[in-house]
Design a protein around this ligand. Structure first.
Ligand code: GAR
Length: 216
């Protein structure tokens, strides 16, 4: 019997990406959801689906190193194959990131390397970009940076508000992240020694706006 690969999901708030992962019924085990905030809405969503939900409150630790050490301790109790950041809004220390090198994925609401950091939709509107989107990437010590796995593109309309654009991007985040985890679970993602990501199969551009697309 083959054992399905396993993940732990880290969140800080709403948890809609985590819910999208849970609801996609991927061929992997979601062992736990961990939040740095006890009031994260996503915690209840996880518990109501029978997933253990833990809190490691960053305010209880004097330094980033102390917090990351506690977080690593919590994650290691579950022994996941991959750690999935899904709206986890803490800057991670280089030591933590190096420990999980090649085993740490993030989703970011912009077409990286454009608009790392916060307020991506507001900044995209201010710059007048015509397309915007989201990126799934492996995490490196640099904030919102690292080998790109997949991106999804949306148009930016003249009448867009920050809320409209955020909603348009988020609905594609919910397509893109499960798709990437599906590839990973099937052994189709490879990180090359040069730090590029290869997705086995023929990359397809589909109507979803995701590339490589779920149509692949
Ligand atoms: C998502 O848009 C995610 O891409 C973003 O936070 C939101 C979390 O929403 N992450 C980042 O900005 C990371 N730099 P969710 O809690 O509903 O999944």
């Amino acid at each position: 019997m083959t054992v399905m690969p396993s993940v732990v999901v880290l969140i800080s708030g709403r948890g809609s990406n985590m819910v999208a992962l849970l609801d996609a019924h991927l061929p992997l085990r979601i062992l736990a959801v961990i939040s740095n905030r006890s009031d994260a809405q996503g915690l209840e969503q996880a518990r109501s689906r029978g997933i253990p939900a833990e809190v490691v409150d960053h305010r209880l630790y004097a330094t980033r190193e102390d917090f990351d050490g506690a977080l690593q301790g919590c994650i290691s109790r579950f022994q996941p194959d991959m750690v999935v950041l899904a709206g986890f809004m803490r800057i991670l220390t280089p030591g933590f990131v190096r420990h999980y090198e090649g085993r740490l994925l993030n989703i970011h609401p912009s077409l990286l390397p454009a608009f790392p950091g916060l307020d991506t939709h507001r900044r995209a509107l201010a710059e007048g970009v015509r397309v915007h989107g989201c990126t799934v990437h492996f995490v490196t010590p640099e904030l919102d940076h690292g080998p790109i796995v997949a991106q999804a593109v949306v148009p930016v309309f003249p009448e867009d508000t920050e809320a409209l654009l955020a909603h348009r991007v988020l609905s594609l985040e919910h397509v893109l992240y499960p798709q990437v985890l599906r590839w990973w679970a099937a052994g189709r993602l490879r990180l090359t020694p040069e730090g590029r990501v290869e997705v086995a199969g023929r990359p397809a551009w589909g109507p979803s706006g995701c590339y490589p697309g779920p149509e692949q």
